[in-house]
Every structure is written in C-alpha cells, then in structure tokens.
Ligand binder design. Structure first.
Ligand code: GDP
Ligand code: MN
Length: 397
C-alpha cells in the first residue's frame, strides 16, 4: 500500500527519524493556519507548499513551491489544491491534488551549501536481505544517476535476522563524505531509518532528498513509503492511511469482492485461478501476439458468482478485445466452472461483446468442454494450453 509523503513522514518521525516538519491542509485558509502554527513551532517564516499525491517528480511538475509570507502561502495553496498535477510519474491528465503539506523551509535562506543525498531501504530479493541504497547525488532523478554514473550509487546489505550494525551506519556516513557532527548525525539517521523500515513492515522507503543543513542537521525532506499489505493486520493504525482516491478504481472494486486484480495496458483480459498460472497465461498471451490487459486470480472457488464478478471487472476496460479464461480444475471440478461461465455469460446478457476463449484442464475437462461447446454462446473452448494460444491469436488477427 502506498501512502502520502506526510503520512510517511509521520511514520519516520515516530521512530525518531528527523524530518522536515509540516502540517497537512485541505484549503487555502487551512494552509495559512498551518503556516502560522509552524512558525510558532520552528521560528521560520518561510514555508514550502507540497502537493500530496501518490507520485514523485512533483518538484519539476509544479507541485512543490516556496512561500515567503502568509499571503504567498494562501495564493499558492489556493492554486495548488484542486489542480491536476502532471509529473513524470503520472498519466497525461495528471493527479488531482486534494490536500497539501505546508512544511517548514529547511533550506535556510543564504545557506550556500545545503547537501542533498539519496537514500532508500528495500528488500533485495536476490539475496533475501534488506538493503540501503544511497548516493551523494540526491535531490535529482536517481534513475538518471543510475544510468549515467552508477558508481555514485552505493549499497549496504543488512541481514534481517541480525539487524543493522552500527559500523554499517558509519560506513554509509563515511561514503557520503561526512565528518564531525554531521557524521554522527547521519549515523543516527541511518540507524533510525532502518529501524523504522523494519518495525513498520514496509517494503520500500525512498528518501530523496536527505538534507544536510549548514549547521549539520540531517533530515528527511521527502518520504516515499510503501507498506507491505500482508503485514497491515498488525498495524491497524496504518490502515486508515489508505487513500483510495489515489488508487485504480477497478482494483479497489476487485479488492472489495476479494479478487486479486492488477490493471495492465494490454488488449486481452485474463481470468485465471492461481497466481502462477496467471503469470504463465500472461506469457502465453504475449507469445500469441497479444498483450495482457490485466492480471486476475479468481482463487480457488471459480463459481458462477465469482466468474461474473470477474467478467464485470475485465469488461470495464475498453481496450479488451478478447478474454482468455484459463482454469485448472484441481479442487474445483472443470464442469462446475464451465457451468459457472455459461451461467455468468447468460446473466450478463449482451454486455459481453468480445470473443471468449476458455481453457479448462483437470478433473472432468472433457465434460466441461462439451458443456461450453453446446451452450450456443460465443465461447470457444480448449483443453491444451497451445490450443488456447492459437485461438487467442486467431481472434486478434
Ligand atoms: P518530489 O519532486 O516529488 O520528489 O518532491 P520533494 O519533496 O523531493 O521536493 C522537490 C524539491 O523541492 C527538493 O529536491 C528540494 O530541492 C525542494 N524543496 C523541498 N523542500 C524544500 C524547502 O524546505 N525549501 C526549499 N527552498 N526547497 C525545498
Ligand atoms: Mn523527492
């Protein structure tokens, strides 16, 4: 689950990571109140107004602006809230800004040498360890750094059973070129950051930039945090951080009915039982010259109701030119699934306007094929994987 910058910072702060302080606001008046309150807390009269959307690259897209007085806070906030923010990570229409973060300006006026670093914590699936990636080249596009000067990106691997060792945090501070007070501050920052990542069951922290002020404070200016959905049951307080306005509406609906659905860009809708088979089916579609329009795992019980729900989700996507149903009848019998498909199809009347290819394999596959073939519906059946692929290819041609 992705969360907003301000929520990510709340989590960081709760584990003792120093952050750029801020208060979230939903309208221009709220922004002015927030700025006044921040000035009381921090003493600074300058603020940055930051659009809260689930997308990076806001700075370049006009979603991060400096306000030097309350009048500017009001003006900038008024314009930013309600706007559609377009960044490199959004679609062409952009994302609607519902709320903003009014934050203290931490780049002191006249500070000639604010240093910006890059730091992320994530799982290295190849080694089964956590890793901290970091670079002196923060603030900007880390993808460009990785592309052009990969030697400027360092990694520190951490054994999750042992946890981070102090010498590892010191090595990071050293590689970032720090010494004296800022070295100590960075060591503390890294240890707190890793602890936060670990204890919050996150799957990604990306802090870009981490800032070193001229008076040697180290703090998180930005925070991209992804929480592990499978661990949310033990962080009930994080559950309310979900902002479904930021999520794909079809995926939200799928979650409600308990279907595992991921929206993709292709033209062939898939309905499959089991994640592994779903992946294989997506490969098959590509081989047949199509592109998967979605990943959809209907799970173990492929009855008429679930099949119908799955149909409805897939058909919301106008790009879908064909649907491939690939079900293995292990626990569930194929003839049952076939009956479910026929019933769902009939229930949905003429809302289904694209050809459907059904491949049922496993218990009672023959009976299932007969059921489909005799249904009189625009559904083609297959038993072999390749046969299904050929039929997909034929309908796309
Ligand atoms: P992103 O563009 O979505 O990654 O948003 P960030 O939170 O990283 O902010 C983008 C840029 O805004 C940063 O790299 C900074 O250069 C700038 N910025 C952020 N906070 C401040 C601040 O307090 N003062 C000033 N002057 N600039 C800031
Ligand atoms: Mn950033």
């Amino acid at each position: 689950m992705n969360i907003h910058e301000y929520q990510g910072k709340e989590i960081l702060s709760s584990f003792g990571v120093r952050i750029q302080r801020g208060i979230v606001a939903h309208n221009a008046k709220g922004a002015v109140d927030a700025a006044k309150e921040l000035t009381e807390q921090t003493g600074t009269g300058w603020h940055v107004i930051k659009a809260q959307v689930h997308a990076g690259g806001r700075g370049k897209g006009g979603g991060v602006k400096l306000a030097k007085n309350l009048k500017e806070v009001e003006e900038i906030a008024g314009k930013m809230i309600g706007m559609n923010l377009v960044t490199k990570q959004t679609s062409a229409e952009g994302k609607k800004v519902h709320q903003i973060l009014v934050a203290e300006d931490v780049y002191y006026p006249g500070d000639s040498e604010p240093e910006e670093y890059y730091m992320s914590v994530l799982l290295n699936r190849a080694t089964g360890r956590n890793m901290i990636m970091y670079s002196t080249e923060g603030g900007m596009d880390i993808e460009a750094v990785a592309e052009n000067t990969p030697e400027l990106i360092f990694t520190e691997e951490i054994d999750p059973t042992v946890g981070i060792m102090p010498f590892q945090a010191r090595r990071i501070a050293f590689n970032l070129g720090l010494s004296g007070a800022s070295f100590k501050e960075m060591t503390k920052f890294v240890l707190a950051l890793y602890t936060a990542y670990d204890k919050s069951d996150s799957s990604l922290f990306e802090i870009n930039p981490v800032l070193k002020t001229s008076d040697d404070k180290i703090l998180a200016v930005d925070a991209k945090v992804t929480l592990d959905d499978n661990a949310l049951y033990r962080h009930k307080n994080y559950l309310e951080m979900r902002d479904i306005r930021e999520e794909n509406p079809v995926e939200v609906e799928a979650k409600k009915v308990g279907l595992n659905y991921v929206d993709l860009d292709g033209n062939v809708g898939c309905m499959v039982n089991g994640a592994g088979l779903a992946m294989a089916t997506m490969d098959l579609i590509k081989q047949a010259g199509g592109e998967p329009a979605n990943f959809l795992d209907v799970g173990g019980t492929a009855d008429a109701k679930r099949v119908e729900e799955a149909f409805r989700l897939i058909l919301k996507d106008d790009n879908v030119k064909a649907i491939l149903i690939n079900i293995f009848g292990g626990i569930v019998r194929c003839d049952r699934v076939a009956q479910g498909i026929v019933d769902a199809y009939k229930n949905m009347g003429d809302t289904i306007k694209v050809p459907i290819i059904v491949r049922l394999q496993g218990t009672n596959a023959d009976i299932a094929k007969e059921l489909i073939d005799n249904s009189g519906l625009d559904v083609q059946s297959a038993i072999e994987f390749q046969e299904a692929a050929d039929k997909v290819q034929a309908v796309l041609a």
